[in-house]
Design a binder for this molecule. Structure first.
Ligand SMILES: [Zn+2]
Length: 329
């Protein structure tokens, strides 16, 4: 299936903006930088340059040139294989070419593959273009780790999240163990709280080592001698960026779980439940709660997520948070 069929909603938005002449100057496409995000970017560029009435046709000369990344008014940049970084010089070269007029008088475009591999010099160089984009130009940043980009870059781009990245939680290995932990809430006492906190800590440790292995496999194989500490630094940064995403998902699920408890305690219609399949477990837990304690539990999960962004050890955060989830604590 084509990327644009798989992501029909995102594609519809782009098509509308294009047809009404309201394309943004820069987009962050969140997805696999060599998979769905790349395919989506190619379709985007074909839309700008396709010679047929039904765009993109995938068959005209321009569509084919774009697909082989040889179209003259489109620039592709990706990390240098040696350093696995996108260097500031490459960005500056890109900016120069973006400001020249296009060959066919149409759109100029640049695609940065794995944009999170930009170092801070590259990001700062890019910021200047984002502040004053040349007319009729569009910049596409492809990444699976948007949180690794400077906030000032993110704020100047329109974000397109390709759906199979966003809704993958149920398919993740950590999902079932997490639901098991949630099923044991609320803890009966301090001891029970510590036990559940320990389980969550172990789960996230396992997730981290799995992510580290995957990152190592994807980016760690070097054919040339590379400074080992530099490589480790890059791998660690990518691992942490992905881990952060999982952690955000975990907290979101914990929050949604407690919202469901509040819904049941408040006797609001069941149709608002986010975990209808777990209704019987949720109802049992709701029986132990009052509206006040259910609201407090939501607050405490929110606090836990917030403290996680400070530099407090996870074990301590979880232990304290689960103790506060003991009803009447
Ligand atoms: Zn075409």
């Amino acid at each position: 299936m084509e990327a644009i069929d798989l992501h029909a909603e995102a594609w519809g938005g782009i098509r509308n903006s294009y047809e009404s002449g309201r394309l943004a100057h820069a987009y962050i496409i969140v997805g696999s930088p060599r998979g769905n995000a790349l395919a989506f970017a190619e379709s985007f560029l074909k839309l700008l340059h396709c010679e047929s009435v039904e765009k993109p046709c995938n068959e005209c000369k321009n569509c084919r040139l774009i697909e082989s990344h040889k179209y003259v008014d489109t620039l592709w940049i990706e990390p240098k294989s040696k350093s696995r970084q996108i260097l500031a010089d490459d960005i500056r070269g890109l900016i120069r070419r973006m400001s020249q007029t296009s060959f066919d008088g149409g759109w100029k475009a640049a695609v940065i593959v794995a944009a999170d591999c930009m170092n801070s010099n590259s990001e700062n160089a890019l910021l200047k273009t984002l502040e004053e984009p040349p007319p009729k130009s569009v910049l596409l940043l492809l990444t699976d780790s948007p949180q690794a980009l400077l906030p000032t870059i993110i704020s100047r781009c329109q974000k397109i999240v390709l759906s199979d990245v966003q809704t993958g939680a149920e398919g993740e290995l950590w999902h079932a163990p997490l639901m098991e932990i949630l099923g044991e809430l609320p803890p009966a006492d301090g001891l029970g709280a510590s036990r559940l906190a320990g389980k969550l800590k172990v789960l996230l440790d396992v997730v981290k080592s799995e992510i580290a292995d995957a990152v190592e496999e994807e980016f760690g194989s070097t054919d040339e001698a590379l400074d080992e500490s530099k490589l480790k630094e890059i791998l660690d940064a990518r691992t942490n960026a992905r881990l952060k995403e999982v952690q955000a998902d975990v907290f979101r699920i914990m929050l949604d779980w407690h919202r469901d408890i509040l819904i049941l305690v408040s006797k609001v219609s069941d149709k608002h439940l986010l975990f209808p399949a777990n209704r019987s477990v949720l109802a049992k837990q709701a029986n132990e709660h009052t509206q006040v304690s259910a609201l407090q539990a939501i607050q405490r999960v929110e606090d836990m997520a917030m403290r996680f962004n400070l530099n407090i050890p996870a074990a301590q955060i979880f232990d304290e948070a689960f103790r506060k989830l003991v009803i009447g604590s």
